[in-house]
Design a protein around this ligand. Sequence first.
Ligand SMILES: *Cc1c(COP(=O)(O)O)cnc(C)c1O
Length: 369
Amino acid sequence: MNAIPLVDLAAQQAEISEEVMAGLSEVFATTSFIGGKPVGEFELAYAEATGAAHCVGVANGTDAVELALRGVGVTAGGEVILPANTFIATAEAVSRIGAVPVLVDVDDEHLLIDPDLIAAAITDKTQAVVPVHLFGQVAPVERVLAVVGDVPVVEDAAQSQGATRFGRFAGSLAAAAGTSFYPGKNLGAAGDAGAVTTQDADLAARVRLIANHGSARKYDHEVVGMNSRLDTVQAVVLNAKLKRLATWNTWRREAADRYSALLADVEGVRVPRSAEGNVDVWHLYVVRVQDRDAVLRRLNEAGVGAGIHYPVPLHLTRAYASLGLGPGSFPVAERSASEILSLPLYPHITEAQQVQVVEALRAALDATP
Ligand SMILES: *Cc1c(COP(=O)(O)O)cnc(C)c1O
């Protein structure tokens, strides 16, 4: 049996190779490595694809979330509410500003921030709330907006390029959004890249200013900024992939449906389901099982590159021990962390590969007492 990786980008690369090579030749010929034509083209195209009025390309997704937060006014000493189970970058973006991540638990069905728990976490220091569109879902942003009053909401849209909720795209649903084009994301660059999207022209200008050394005009530094720009080489790759994103997301959805059908009669597996109103883009296909570590080990031994997203909720990482939140603080996030299992999923995965994954999972479950 052939090994099946968690993510296989080779087929994506093959599809875009010619277009990318032509684009790169032009970049090298013109040596416009920073802010070249492909950057502006991508920003326009990605804004359009996201239904956002503005897109600012930046260096990576962590910077994108940080810049979106700074754009809505988050400052040192402030508090930012986010879910306890997300990639650590969401919290890092807050900490790097000097603000404090305030964690809340997630809902058991979708593992997305639980809007019912947000009100109790709001204080007079709260400067933003960050729903994370985990696994390619879209968090219930409208319910978050309904409970936060005047507090700005910033989406972490790193796992949800192309996903919609009640017909509107992730990344266009709140004050601003940060997204990541890390290679394994649904829209992935050939290295690090990210973007901030927003409907607000002033916010977009502020983000662009901060991301470019605090200056709109060369050597006129209005604020202490940073260097976080989308480089031209990455923009060439992203332009080529963006044209195929909708198709690739459709293939992901088809693969997810296929998994759910194949797993329907496998006992001991809880399969993921889209929330009402969502058209998810299945960045990850995350099932839940008991004795997850043993099942995962057996899957890996059988050549199936399953993974865990994420094994440790933020408050239990060593990095965030300083929050002083021990085990028991967020029961749903903690329990799910020991059950979640991400099965291989990428646009070009074949039915035969998925059958092999499901048979390996069945065998792993049978072998686990
Ligand atoms: C990938 C990711 C990020 C950070 O993106 P980078 O480009 O790796 O910095 C932030 N939040 C979430 C939820 C992510 O999955």
